[in-house]
Design a protein around this ligand. Structure first.
Ligand code: PBG
Length: 331
């Protein structure tokens, strides 16, 4: 039998020593966040005169163009690193026509904010069709009702051109079509826009935590996105393959999404990626903390700080979060 070696009685390392005062804890802490690491996702809706609250995301609203502008100014003044815009059109159709319409809600918002800020912040746009399609899928459908990968890439190419023209600095390819980064990169280069970058949603799981987002964008989706988003019952190998493809196709930043249930994947991606890594703390991650806090079941501010710090600790250098402004002010 192997007996455990006896612990030395003296001297002995005492980990609690460095936890004993706030000043010591501050001295030894080695994970921190800056306001400029945080990106605020924002929703802008076409057919409304006043901002509309999103019930499942307390504190988050669907903006009018004007309320979006004001909230964006506040966010930039708070020091956030950038803004990620989502558009909700007044009418949706099968091909998501509003997405690449220069006068569409998202492109209008981009144009207005670019006029407002110039290069003073980083403007990003969701490059996906689900906010614009009447069936709610991230792409166009074939005759049998499946998402048609390559026909969707053509739509994404048109969106890319429109969003670049409208003033986006970074395009967030979030539809999980194969080849989407390459298609968008080629479209941008062909349009004479090598300056516009791609924030690739490289690793994106089919997640229950997108629930509140469906309300946020008035989604008409029935069913799920499991035929194109990743299966959470797979380890990080598939995620690394997705990252390798996106980097090869021209991704400037790669993102993992959702964040909190996927910190293991985030760490693997951060260790392997040659480009900066972002993580998206999504609608359901926001909602569960807000809901529990509302019931007095956990301390809201502490939970926010802990989740954001954990995401950073797992390797994200950029974090998309609906708490971006509040967190930036608290830092
Ligand atoms: C796709 C997209 C989604 C989110 C961001 N981009 C929805 C989805 O993939 O189902 C979700 C963000 C969130 O839940 O906060 N356009």
């Amino acid at each position: 039998m192997n007996a455990l070696p006896a612990l030395p009685s003296f001297p002995v390392s005492r980990p609690r020593r460095l936890r004993s005062t706030a000043a010591l804890r501050r001295l030894v802490s080695d994970v921190s966040l800056r306001p400029s690491d945080l990106v605020l996702p924002m929703f802008v809706r076409e057919d409304i005169a006043e901002p509309v609250p999103i019930a499942s995301m307390p504190g988050v609203v669907q903006h009018t163009q004007e309320s979006l502008r004001k909230a964006a100014v506040e966010a930039v003044e708070a020091g956030v690193g950038g803004l990620m815009l989502f558009g909700i059109p007044a009418s949706k159709d099968a091909r998501g026509s509003g997405a690449d319409d220069p006068a569409g809600v998202l492109n209008t918002a981009l144009r207005r904010l670019r006029d407002e800020f110039g290069d003073g912040t980083v403007l990003m746009a969701d490059l996906c069709l689900d906010e614009f399609t009447d069936h709610g899928h991230c792409g166009v459908l074939d005759e049998s009702g499946n998402v048609d990968n390559d026909a969707t890439l053509e739509r994404y190419a048109d969106m890319a051109e429109a969003q670049a023209e409208a003033g986006a600095h970074l395009l967030g390819t979030s539809g999980m079509m194969d080849g989407q980064v390459g298609a968008v990169r080629a479209a941008l280069d062909d349009a004479g826009r090598p300056d516009v970058g791609i924030l690739a949603y490289a690793v994106k799981y089919a997640s229950a935590f997108y629930g509140p987002f469906r309300e946020a964008v008035n989604s008409s989706l029935e069913g799920d996105r499991k035929a194109y988003q990743q299966d959470y019952a797979r380890t990080a190998g598939e995620a690394l393959a997705e990252v390798a493809l996106d980097v090869a196709e021209g991704a400037d930043i790669v993102m993992v999404k959702p964040a909190l249930p996927y910190l293991d994947v985030l760490r693997a991606v951060a260790d392997a990626s040659p480009v900066p890594v972002a993580a998206y703390q999504i609608s359901g991650e926001y909602a569960m903390v807000e809901a529990a806090a509302e019931r007095g079941w956990l301390d809201r501010e502490r939970a926010i700080a802990e989740t954001l710090t954990s995401i950073r600790r797992a390797g994200a250098s950029i974090i998309l979060t609906y708490w971006a402004v509040e967190a930036a002010r608290a830092l």
